[in-house]
Design a protein. Structure first.
Length: 256
């Protein structure tokens, strides 16, 4: 049975999917839509539905349900990581009996504001997620507030799809920021609820989402004791150019 590789957006990923398929990878390309009207919650529900379907049906297409990897670029990378971290934090909170009366250190990744872990919920928890083998995250914005500051410097914050999807309030920014969730939950997070392997790919010349995002996430996942975390920094690559890494040797070694 072949490893299963899930990416988003048919227009962007279909050519890459064909190349991966020739290398013995079963690829699923769901067309998850990102829009301000649908907001991040709807996209999370879509991804959970896709993963649930894959776990049940992928064997009919030659894929192995116990070897599922999820890849995403840009907003898709944020979505994939957020979906996994949201579930892991909530499940860990329940497992370890998070006491709302206790004092928990606030997140200071950026912005200096705490994340209210008590109010965090799993979007569409009734849709069960399969156990993933790994995540491949390309050119993503994992600290949402830092990403918004970058967009502000570029003068595009009012046009930002990310801002409209995850915001617009500060609390919504924080609760939808994977890096803030990770830093706020280190005292309770059980890393077994997260995929055991994560590959982070980022371009050194990415001006849309600077490589500091990847470096921060790498250190956070190491601190969370994820079994295997790799950072692949492509020094000369810009934001969109990291997409070509999906058919590169480091990715193939990661999933095969």
């Amino acid at each position: 049975m072949h490893p299963v590789f899930i990416t988003g957006s048919k227009r962007s990923y279909t050519p890459i999917a064909h190349k991966l398929n020739t290398k013995g990878v079963c690829v699923v390309v769901p067309d998850i839509q990102y829009s301000a009207k649908r907001r991040l919650k709807r996209a999370v529900v879509d991804l959970r539905l896709v993963l649930s379907w894959v776990s049940v049906n992928i064997g009919d297409y030659g894929g192995a349900a116990d070897r599922i990897y999820v890849a995403g670029h840009g907003l898709s990378a944020h979505l994939a990581l957020f979906t996994m971290v949201q579930e892991a934090v909530v499940l860990s909170r329940g497992l370890k009996g998070y006491d709302v009366g206790e004092s928990h250190p606030p997140s200071t990744v950026s912005g200096g504001s705490p994340v209210d872990i008590e109010k965090l919920e799993i979007y569409a928890a009734q849709i069960r997620l399969p156990r993933l083998q790994g995540l491949m995250l390309l050119s993503g914005a994992y600290d949402v507030i830092k990403a918004y500051h970058t967009e502000t410097k570029r003068g595009i914050e009012r046009l930002s799809l990310l801002r409209r999807m995850v915001g617009p309030s500060l609390n919504e920014f924080l609760i939808h920021s994977p890096s803030h969730l990770l830093s706020s939950s280190l005292d309770l997070l059980d890393h077994h609820f997260l995929p055991p392997r994560v590959l982070i790919v980022h371009g050194g010349r990415d001006e849309i989402c600077p490589i500091d995002q990847a470096k921060l996430l790498y250190s956070q996942l190491r601190e969370a004791q994820i079994d295997s975390v790799e950072l692949c920094a492509i020094r000369s690559a810009k934001h969109l150019e990291t997409l070509t890494a999906l058919t590169s040797a480091p990715v193939m070694n990661f999933i095969m």
